[in-house]
Design a binder for this molecule. Structure first.
Ligand code: HEC
Length: 119
């Protein structure tokens, strides 16, 4: 008899677990982690603009549109390397940001290729 009483509770748990995982997924695919957006907006947007197309400073320095195919076709690893090392006049970020922040910034560049900026 005990097991019959437990069943509704079990189903309740299962339902909660499922809805959490479904919500988690949709949040994940449509929004980047807030931290990645913060990193990009704090360190990169000054030249690249919050949406990656380039601020007036960035345009004056010939910063490319980060949403362009030329940038978007590059692998995540290639972007990480570029952001770590920089390329005149873009500064290297290896001393300034942690490896995790650099990885987030690279992922955010790819995210910008598919979405509007997260403000
Ligand atoms: C001082 C301005 C400045 C800042 C700050 C800056 N960039 Fe750049 N970025 C540039 C310029 C200029 C270029 C073009 C460099 C070149 O190819 O000569 C560039 C190029 C790039 C590219 C293109 C790489 C390629 O191979 O085409 C990526 C991606 C990029 N930046 C990401 C970032 C990220 C992420 C940050 C923040 C962590 C950042 N940038 C911060 C100026 C800046």
């Amino acid at each position: 008899m005990k097991s019959i009483h437990l069943q509704p509770i079990f189903l309740g748990f299962l339902f909660t677990a499922l809805s959490v995982s479904v919500l988690g997924q949709s949040t994940h695919s449509s929004r980047p982690p807030a931290q990645a957006a913060d990193t990009f907006n704090s360190y990169c947007a000054v030249c690249h603009g919050p949406d990656g197309t380039g601020s007036s400073t960035g345009k004056a320095l010939n910063a490319p549109n980060l949403r362009s195919a030329a940038v978007q076709k590059q692998s995540n690893a290639a972007l990480v390397r570029f952001i770590r090392e920089g390329k005149e006049p873009m500064p290297p970020f290896k001393g300034q940001l942690t490896d995790e922040q650099i990885a987030e910034a690279a992922a955010y560049v790819h995210w910008l290729g598919r979405h509007k900026a997260r403000q």
